[in-house]
Design a protein around this ligand. Structure first.
Ligand code: FUB
Length: 451
């Protein structure tokens, strides 16, 4: 970290790799992801949830009643949607010249690129107490930073959840806001991306309950405004909806739901991006913490209907990307499951899950595994008691071609690794199905193929 007058450069690359099924980031809590594609790579700019530390109160910090505690921002990159690299902290509250250094209010950020530069907008508690949040800007020459934080927040953008969108003609727009009624707004940004220009337009005709997290993208000449909102009361959770327009300033027509609400997490927050000819939606849920304010980012594929409407995205544990059979297959991040359940093996540190509560003929299916390495053997991490049992590995469907039969004795409830030779050398990309035969309370952690 290095100081240049009021501008502060931050670069803290820790290159921590995380293998992705959902949630895709497991070593820290992340929420509110903005995904962007720059120079062939996909970058994610989420916010960062942390638990409250009562020690901060001795320094004068006050925990907000909304429960969110957010001190800094990381960025992540990937080229295959399987391996994600944590690029480290790109902006932190202690380095924001205009910010309350004990604010813990770094809510959903966004980024946009124009003329080879990167513009990172973030809400933060202002030191001058001019509002709940003000929106600041940090700029960089590269998507991973280092980012230089502007000395002041942007006048006229008081509020949360900035989303900068640049149209094909180079004009940039800022969408932001949160609250009930007509609470989402849009305004043009200046050429240098550092200030607002002209009148702010209040976006009307959207559901009138609580709304936040606008994210706009353009496809086939249509502007899609997506946003989390709460249809009933402040006590229900958020679903993700969308509206469309032929102009970035609207008027927008509400079209419906992209993702249904999670019962157990009050917020959700999305971004939608096309990468390597497939559309994806990034969002968040509390899969690891099971607590509303410690969230984790996930991703699933998104599809459009012929008429341009968005098909509902069903959240999966499997997520996206092709898993190599050479890597440990975390089968508990399943695509489909029948008559079995998932539970934690461990929740501290980087969490791990397992398949549990299996019965005779339970099965679990994990989609898109690449067998290009043509393996000969398989290893399973399993646990059993009493009689143990048998697990069949099959191609694509529960009664598909039998790749291997794995016999598991009584492990006395200890985890063991069982090695088995395959019936043949599978090749290509297929779904892997594990069928539990004659089992007596068997648990399965992972599957690993080898040559
Ligand atoms: O992460 C804090 C706030 O929760 C975000 O700004 C909102 O969009 C909601 O996700």
């Amino acid at each position: 970290m290095k100081r240049i007058g009021l501008l502060i450069l931050i670069t803290l690359s820790i290159s921590l790799n995380t293998i992705a099924q959902n949630p895709i980031i497991k070593h820290i809590y992340t929420a509110d992801p903005t995904a962007r594609v720059y120079d062939g790579k996909l970058y994610i700019y989420p916010s960062h949830d942390v638990p409250w530390n009562p020690e901060w109160e001795k320094l004068g910090a006050e925990k907000e009643s909304n429960g969110h505690v957010m001190t800094d921002y990381h960025a992540f990159s990937t080229e295959d949607l399987v391996n994600f690299t944590d690029l480290g902290v790109i902006v932190a509250q202690e380095n924001v010249p205009w910010g309350n250094k004990l604010g813990y209010g770094m809510w959903a950020p966004c980024i946009a690129s124009k003329g080879g530069k990167y513009y990172y907008y973030f809400p933060n508690k202002p030191a001058d107490k001019s509002g709940f949040r003000q929106i600041g800007l940090a700029t960089a020459e590269k998507p991973e930073g280092p980012f230089t934080i502007e000395p002041n927040y942007i006048e006229g953008l008081k509020g949360i959840d900035p989303n900068a969108f640049i149209d094909d003609d180079g004009q940039a727009y800022m969408y932001w806001g949160g609250g009930k009624g007509n609470s989402l707004k849009v305004v043009k940004l200046s050429d240098d991306m550092k200030s607002i220009v002209g009148e702010t337009v209040v976006i009307e005709n959207l559901p009138q309950e609580y709304k936040e997290g606008p994210f706009v993208f353009k496809r086939k000449g249509m502007y899609y405004l997506t946003f989390p909102h709460n249809l009933d009361t402040q006590n229900s959770t958020e679903e993700i909806g969308y509206a469309i327009s032929k102009h970035p300033l609207g008027p927008f027509e509400y079209k419906g739901t992209i993702m249904d609400r999670f019962e157990d997490c009050w917020t959700n927050h999305q971004s939608i991006v096309e990468y390597k000819d497939q559309w994806y939606m990034f969002y968040h849920h509390n899969d690891i913490s099971k607590a509303g304010n410690l969230r984790s980012v996930s991703v699933d594929s998104l599809f459009f209907e012929e008429d341009g409407s968005i098909r509902k995205v069903i959240p999966t544990l499997r997520g996206v990307g092709i898993t190599s059979a050479k890597d440990t297959i975390q089968i508990d991040r399943y695509s489909e499951i029948h008559n079995a359940e998932v539970d934690f093996v461990k929740r501290v540190g980087i969490p791990e899950w397992k398949i549990t509560n299996t019965k005779k003929e339970s099965w679990v299916q994990y989609n898109t595994v690449s067998f290009d390495d043509k393996p000969k053997n398989v290893q399973l991490k399993v646990k059993s008691k009493a009689k143990g049992g048998r697990i069949e590995l099959r191609e694509n469907v529960p009664n598909g071609k039998l790749i291997a039969t794995v016999e598991v004795g009584n492990t006395n409830e200890d985890w063991i690794n069982v090695d088995t030779k395959l019936n043949y050398r599978p090749k290509g990309i297929m779904n892997l199905v594990c069928v539990f035969k004659e089992v007596d309370e068997m648990e399965l952690d992972w599957v690993l193929f080898s040559r």
